[in-house]
Write a protein that binds this ligand. Structure first.
Ligand code: ZN
Length: 190
């Protein structure tokens, strides 16, 4: 297993539509193991392959909460085949847009159709945090980020702060200062 590097906005690979998985081989199993290891280490509860620079329609999830325990989930070519009219709002964050969070409105309940690691078709009905997470990760496969779902005003604020943080980090590195310890937030990291 190998921990992979998580790409951060504005890397263009995060804006690229990923290709469907056609072959379910050992390399795909290895990718899923590496993605899970990367996600746990981040730490996060969901990760899409484009976030580690692999432009394939693959996502992994593992939610461990009072209300929902999924275990390790791997989905290839996931598709929302049914979505509720009722919406839910959840404060989302993203491992590729670090340290920024915003309320995002999405369908409260969705059914996702996907292929498992052996290429078998599965349907899963998701609610609550799992529904949010699945939709957030599928968005990644189409080059969409959670900041695309919020107001331009809020988005620009986040982008300005991201840019500023990056400049500060580069300056600190140039001056040989140690990296600041980031607060880890597993609640929202998708
Ligand atoms: Zn994300």
């Amino acid at each position: 297993m190998a921990k992979l590097t998580i790409l951060e906005f504005p890397d263009p690979r995060l804006r690229t539509k990923a290709a469907p998985v056609a072959v379910f081989d050992a390399a795909l199993k290895q990718l899923s193991e590496d993605m899970l290891e990367t996600m746990y280490a981040a730490p996060g509860i969901g990760l899409a392959a484009p976030q580690v620079g692999v432009l394939k329609r693959v996502i992994v999830l593992d939610i461990d909460r009072e209300e929902v325990k999924t275990g390790r989930l791997f989905m290839a070519n996931p598709e929302i085949i049914e979505a509720s009219d009722e919406d839910a709002t959840y404060e989302e964050g993203c491992l590729s847009v670090p340290d920024h969070y915003s309320d995002v409105v999405r369908p409260a309940k969705v059914t996702v159709r996907y292929l498992d690691r052996d290429g078998n078709q599965q349907d899963l009905t998701c609610e609550g945090l799992l529904a949010t997470c699945v939709q957030h990760e599928i968005d990644h496969l189409d080059g969409i980020l959670f900041i695309d779902h919020i107001s331009a005003l809020k988005r620009n604020m986040i982008l300005r702060k991201l840019l500023k943080a990056r400049k500060e980090k580069e300056r600190d590195e140039a001056e040989g200062k140690p990296a600041k310890d980031k607060a880890k937030d597993t609640e929202h990291a998708l």
